[in-house]
Design a protein. Structure first.
Lengths: 212, 186
């Protein structure tokens, strides 16, 4: 396993720890932190800092009623905990959980590239991409920030090379053509807060159909 | 592992809850954190009734999930903070927060008291640093961890020296390195 060399920016990890990251980005953060001890330490350090803010709060009296109810519920049998999500193949636990049983259900999007949209709402989208060795994803730009995490293989584009566990942070003005490495298919998890816009005409026409 | 004299009260309470299911220790934890939690949740704009519900839910999770508490990776307040934010997001935003893969500890790789005290000391230093910030900076930090800043606004946060606590947590994770490695090889 090659070493991870492209990490999440600290501000993203801080926002993730503080719970203020939109869902799509939080999913990429959860997946990267599952794979990267470095970023996990930063994320957990921010949780510690959050704890200090909590500990510094000037307390407000909690009602006796709440206290009593709480103490009474200690002896109640806890509802069974759902089993902690587990990694599945190349998919870290949080992604595997979102995927559900049986792994990805790929759909072709052209040029041999396949994808599955895992989540889509007004605040953004999460999708998995599978790019055949040596092939490129159509040139595209995006309205917002795009986080792309490599789960298998590698890709490279105008900004550099990204291997397993690496995250590319695409600024809104980044126009890039990610090309998979020759060693095998590249699988990525990508999150944006805006629909992708393809530059060439045909992809743009089919975009609404594909929801990309 | 025997609780060390140097450990903070909070950690000793939490370990007694985790390892001995000690209700008196839990009451002590509740008396310390309950009121702070209520204030924390209300500061985020939640009314008193709902805030008490959150307090109750969070503290019940503290009791039920105590086995997940790892004092070499977070001081008690940090661990409770995380449970609180998860609870707030689930309850108020009606959204399931994506969480990283859990790392379970091997039975024989337990931390020693020295590791625990070392992390506590780092968090005490961090607290002092927090108190040395000017009021404006401090307000920014508070807002950030309350979840009141967007992820783009959070970029402006500076002034918290997290370096040493990061490396401490990293050591705690190293202890679990075996698990992290096996996770990658699945
Ligand atoms: Zn990283």
């Amino acid at each position: 396993m090659s070493k991870i060399s492209h990490h999440l920016p600290e501000s993203v990890l801080a926002a993730y720890a503080a719970g203020s990251l939109p869902y799509a980005y939080a999913m990429v953060a959860a997946a990267h932190v599952s794979m990267c001890a470095e970023c996990r330490a930063i994320y957990e350090a921010h949780q510690c800092a959050g704890g200090l803010v909590l500990d510094d709060m000037e307390g407000m009296a909690v009602s006796q009623n709440t206290r009593r109810q709480l103490m009474d519920s200690l002896d109640l049998e806890a509802p069974p905990e759902p089993p902690a999500p587990r990694a599945f193949g190349v998919y870290p636990a949080p992604v595997a959980e979102l995927l559900g049983d049986g792994g990805p259900r790929w759909r072709k999007v052209g040029g041999g590239v396949r994808q599955q949209i895992l989540h889509y709402d007004d605040a953004g989208s999460i999708r998995l991409l599978s790019i055949p060795p040596g092939r490129a994803v159509p040139d595209h730009s995006h309205g917002g920030l795009e986080l792309t995490l490599v789960l298998q293989g590698s890709f490279s584009d105008e900004t550099g090379q990204f291997g397993c566990g690496d995250v590319e942070v695409g600024d809104p003005d980044l126009e890039h053509t990610p090309t998979a490495g020759e060693e095998g298919p590249c699988i990525c998890l990508a999150a944006t807060d805006a629909p992708l816009r393809f530059r060439s005409l045909v992809p743009r026409l089919i975009q609404p159909l594909l929801r990309i | 592992m025997t609780p060390d004299q140097e450990m903070t009260e909070q950690t000793r309470w939490m370990l007694a809850v985790r390892d001995e299911r000690d209700k008196r220790a839990f009451v002590a934890l509740f008396d310390h954190f309950g009121p702070r939690l209520k204030a924390f949740v209300m500061r985020g704009g939640t009314g008193p009734e709902l805030a008490e519900e959150v307090v109750q839910e969070v503290m019940l999770s503290v009791w039920r999930k105590a086995h997940q508490f790892d004092p070499t990776r977070a001081q008690v307040s940090g661990w409770i903070y995380q449970i609180t934010r998860n609870c707030q997001i689930d309850k108020l935003r009606r959204e399931k927060r994506p969480l990283p893969e859990m790392i379970e500890e091997e039975a024989d790789s337990g931390p020693d008291a020295g590791d625990i005290v070392a992390l506590e000391q780092e968090s005490a230093h961090l607290k002092q640093a927090l108190h040395r910030l000017n009021p404006e900076q401090r307000e920014m930090i508070e807002k950030a961890y309350l979840g009141d800043l967007s992820h783009t606004e959070i970029r402006r946060i500076t002034g918290l020296p997290l370096g040493t606590i990061k490396s401490r947590i990293r050591l705690g994770l190293e202890r679990l390195r075996h698990e992290l490695k096996s996770m990658r090889e699945i």
